[in-house]
Every structure is written in C-alpha cells, then in structure tokens.
Design a binder for this molecule. Structure first.
Ligand code: ZN
Ligand code: ZN
Length: 404
C-alpha cells in the first residue's frame, strides 16, 4: 500500500489508465451512446461501472487535473485556478508553475515505488504541474515535437504516434493524446498512465451535435483499443460545460470590475478571473467564477448582499466561507468569491474581453452548474457505497483499490 495525501492506494496489478476528458459534461456521452457512436462505452456501462461524480469548484482545468492526480481538494494541493493574484508582489500570475503546488501526486509516489508511469496531456501548460516530482514519461501533444529523453523521458514522439503535430486549437490535439496512449501501451506498457485532453470541441459544440458525437466516437475507438490491451480504465472529467448566452445568443456576462468601479469608485476592488490562461480564443476568458480583492476600506460584508442580488449571480461568499464550502486554500482566493448561474458568466469590463474569436454561441464553465462529471470504470466495482459523495478525484482510488 502507498499513502499519498492521507489516502491509501494499492499498487497496480494490471496496466491502469486514468483519463480526464476536458469539459466532458455527462450529456456528451449519453447523446453519443444513444446514437450508437460509442459501442465500447455502451458495453462498459452494461458490464462495468458508470457513475456521476462532482468536480472541484472553481470548475476549471488546472485545479481539477491536479485534484485527480493528488486525490485531494485544492485546500491540500494549492492550485485553485489557472490564474492568481499574488498580493505579496501585487501582480497577477499564471498558476501553472509547480512552485504553487503544496502536495505530491499519486503519480510521483507510484514512480518512486518503482512503477513505470506515463502522462500525456493536450496542452503543455498542464504538463509541468502534472509531472512535477515524477520520474517517467511526461509530454504534451502541443509540444510533442520538442520532447526529449532528458526532460520528458521520451523522444521522437511524432514517429511513435504516427500523426502530424496538431494545431493547439483543434480536436486533433486531443486525438493525439489517445493515439499516443495506445502506442505507448503497446511499446512501453506503463503500469499507470494519466491522459488529459483539451475542451476545444466542448467549448464550441453542444452535446449531440455532429462534431461532439464525432469527438466521442474518436475517443471510444481508442478506449476500446486500450481495453483490448488489458487495461483497467477510469474515465472522468475536469468539469462540465454549459451554454452561457442570453436569448439573442450573445454572451450573458456580469461585468464585475465595471460594477465595482461604478458602485464604489475606481481602485476599491480588483476582480480576478481564474479561467484566464494564454489560450482564451474559444471562451474570451469568460467563466462562471471570479474572486475579488477588496481595498482595506471596503468590508466584504458591505458588498456581498448587493452582489448576491445581481441577475445571473448564484452564490457570493466571503473568503473563509468560500474556502470551507469549496475546499480552497483561503490565502489564494481573495476577499469575496462570486459564482454565476448556469447560463451566465463573469467578466471584468467589456473592453478587456476580446470576443472576436468566438464563432459559436459561448459555452463555458467555472461554476457549481458545471460540477457534474462522469466517473466510469471498465470493471464492476466492489463496495462503492451509493450514499458516498463521489468526486472526480476519487478516480485513482476506484481504479487502483476497487477495480483490480
Ligand atoms: Zn478544462
Ligand atoms: Zn475550458
């Protein structure tokens, strides 16, 4: 037994693959299975285990991927957004530097125990966080052509996979992850593999659309191949995805910095959108979660009531209440946390969001409304209590402790 972040894991008896499908609202799978586009999943749901779990709020990519590989909430691992305001330096910084991690990963612990580990991500921003402290193979589709034995534990990835280097804004970026996984499983046979895709397709296409179904069908083919190679597979998602538009199809946005500047005057509050990252074309940095740093002259209690009454706002909490409810590191979340409702996103001010890249009605995530995610294992599980609140970060527990 291996203990990581106060949870125990059995070493893998057969190759074990945990897959995080970015933005995989459960309905994507339901629709594709219904139309016969996911034969592997249909069989797996009948013969294995199909559950619904909850992801971490903010329902963003980095906090959830790190939760899955640490088996813990952000209050333990420290990553509570893609983006963070660092009051110490007075600057806004990306949280994809491993220096923000406050817990080790299950992957690193398995590697230390002598198991062969492989991690494949779509975007390179996640690779450094997920591979931190881990010996083994770890590369991204985005930078597959730059992988070296020294840094990534493998080189010549393009000829291993046999596909051209994909564009960072494409469905092919995710397909490359699965194709690499099948080739790796055949050639290297890692004991444990972690795969993480990108939600490019899910930001543009609703469940049941031809593009979404084609993505699910692609995934199903590769998962079937991994299954045929004898792998235990646990599939989950970092978060769901919802349409975030008004009746006219334009984004339904609460411009929160503008609201503070109008209500209190400029300089009294700084709104941080933790969805922000270098790749914002497909969502314009609009998500359903924001944190606010207030000037010392502005007590949180004074603004929470008025914020809560804004149309489209779902939950507004002061720092400590938010840290407790969402299991977040309280030193990294600001004085007030705002979560918008299912169809609404939060922005700063109109001039700071470039929506010119949006070529479809906005779909995004970040809120409690995107917390439902699939948790699927291709084995019938022993002893999963139906009253247990399942989380996406139980994926390794189910795959290692209950599926083999
Ligand atoms: Zn994501
Ligand atoms: Zn996204």
């Amino acid at each position: 037994m291996l203990t990581v972040n106060r949870r125990s894991y059995r070493p893998p008896a057969v190759p074990t693959v945990v897959v995080c499908v970015d933005g995989c609202e459960p309905d994507y799978l339901s629709q594709a299975v219904y139309r016969g586009r996911m034969p592997w999943l249909k069989r797996t749901l009948a013969e294995g285990t199909g559950l619904i779990a909850e992801c971490v709020v903010p329902s963003f990519t980095n906090p959830n991927n790190v939760s899955i590989v640490t088996g813990a909430a952000p209050s333990v691992h420290g990553i509570c957004g893609n983006y963070l305001y660092d009051p110490a330096s007075g600057s806004e910084v990306m949280m994809n530097d491993p220096k923000w991690l406050t817990a080790p990963s299950i992957l690193a612990a398995l590697a230390d125990a002598g198991h062969k580990i492989a991690v494949v991500t779509a975007k390179d921003k996640l690779r450094r966080l997920l591979g931190h402290g881990m010996r083994g193979i770890c590369f991204s589709s985005e930078k597959a052509h730059e992988a070296t034995r020294e840094v990534n534990g493998i080189d010549d990835v393009l000829s291993l996979v046999g596909l051209p280097l994909p564009d960072v804004y494409s469905a092919a970026l995710s397909e490359f992850v699965f194709a690499a996984a099948v080739r790796l499983m055949r050639r290297e046979r890692p004991d444990v593999m972690y795969l993480s895709t990108t939600d490019y397709v899910q930001h543009k296409h609703a469940p049941g659309t031809p593009e979404a179904d084609a993505f699910c069908a692609m995934m199903d083919r590769y998962l079937g191949e991994l299954d045929a190679l004898g792998c235990v597979i646990a599939l989950t998602a970092d978060h769901g995805m919802n349409s975030k538009v008004g009746l006219d199809g334009s984004p339904d946005v609460i411009y929160l910095q503008e609201w503070f500047d109008q209500q209190l005057g400029a300089g009294r509050a700084r709104v941080i959108l933790p969805i922000t990252d270098p790749y914002v074309v497909h969502h314009g940095a609009l998500g359903s979660f924001a944190t606010v740093y207030l000037s010392p002259a502005t007590p949180a209690a004074e603004v929470i009531g008025p914020l809560q009454r804004l149309a489209g706002m779902e939950t507004v909490l002061a720092r400590d209440a938010a840290a407790e409810r969402f299991e977040l590191p309280s030193a990294r979340i600001g004085d007030v946390v705002c979560v918008s409702a299912r169809s609404t996103v939060i922005g700063t001010s109109p001039a700071r969001h470039d929506l010119s890249g949006l070529d479809a009605p906005l779909r995004s995530h970040g809120g409690v409304s995107e917390q439902r995610v699939p948790l699927i294992v291709n084995r019938r599980l022993a002893g999963v209590d139906s009253t247990r609140r399942l989380r996406n970060f139980d994926a390794f527990d189910l795959a290692l402790n209950r599926a083999q």
